[in-house]
Design a protein around this ligand. Structure first.
Ligand code: SF4
Ligand code: SF4
Length: 236
């Protein structure tokens, strides 16, 4: 199967960026169920860029328009993932589209697998100090989905971390949740990067007090990252 044509198809199906992760890079990753990756060799990672004017409405908390946009982009990701899966199957491969946003374990905020980890393995972006996948073109202003695939594909390479000495997400986080720890490739656990419970508690508390949000989101660390704010590398 021609990997470049598959990625072009994914873009025509709605993705802003499409890359391929070798699942061997994700060996040991937590999945639900534990054998989720069995029988698959690759994951196609799709990113859809978020609207800059909508992200700019975020202050120290999310906004109703961001909540609606977040859900609409998730729907687009699900649609694109379904279309890519059908395309792979028409060409004789096996494919499983995973939901863009479906929490299976509410207590631990876990889903089938981490789309962010797949995107980092596929080279869509690096793992930022905020734990978000930071794309060189869009910063963390992206939403993600993954399609598990068994077919002959050529995987992409991960990117180098470019957070450097930046502390913008750490400084802006209203929960004080970001530890400001850098990583060369990926964090061993989310606790290494975040006081995760502080983030979850803050997001739930803020959203519970707001009308017209309808989902648990924040957006502050997405907005402030210089890699997304200017669609180019920040000044050195
Ligand atoms: S989502 Fe909000 S609370 Fe959580 S780390 Fe980002 S800025 Fe902090
Ligand atoms: S704000 Fe700075 S430290 Fe945080 S993810 Fe973006 S580049 Fe990395």
């Amino acid at each position: 199967m021609d990997s470049e044509i598959l990625k072009q198809y994914a873009v025509s199906a709605g993705a802003t960026v499409a890359r391929i992760a070798d699942l061997a890079r994700l060996r040991g990753i937590e999945t639900m169920p534990p054998d989720l990756l069995d029988g698959f060799r690759y994951a196609v990672s799709l990113a859809v860029a978020l609207s800059d004017p909508i992200i700019e409405t975020i202050t120290d908390r999310p906004t109703p328009i961001y909540a609606a946009h977040y859900q609409r982009v998730n729907a687009l990701l699900d649609e694109a993932a379904l279309r890519v899966s059908r395309y792979v199957e028409e060409l004789g491969g096996r494919a499983m589209p995973l939901p863009a946003s479906q929490v299976l374990d509410v207590r631990n905020n876990m889903s089938f697998l981490s789309h962010k980890a797949v995107a980092v393995a596929a080279g869509i972006g690096w793992q930022g100090k905020s734990l978000l996948t930071v794309s060189p073109q869009y910063g963390p202003r992206i939403r993600l989905v993954s399609i598990l695939v068994d077919a002959d594909l050529t995987p992409d390479e991960p990117l180098k971390n470019r957070c450097g000495s930046c502390t913008r997400c750490t400084d802006a986080c209203p929960a004080g949740a970001i530890r400001n720890v850098n990583t060369e490739s990926h964090y061993a656990s989310r606790e290494e990067a975040l006081h995760f419970e502080r983030c979850v508690h803050h997001v739930r508390e803020v959203c519970a007090k707001m009308e017209n949000i309808g989902t648990s989101i924040c957006g502050v660390c997405i907005k402030v990252c210089p890699w997304g704010a200017k669609k180019r590398a920040p000044a050195a």
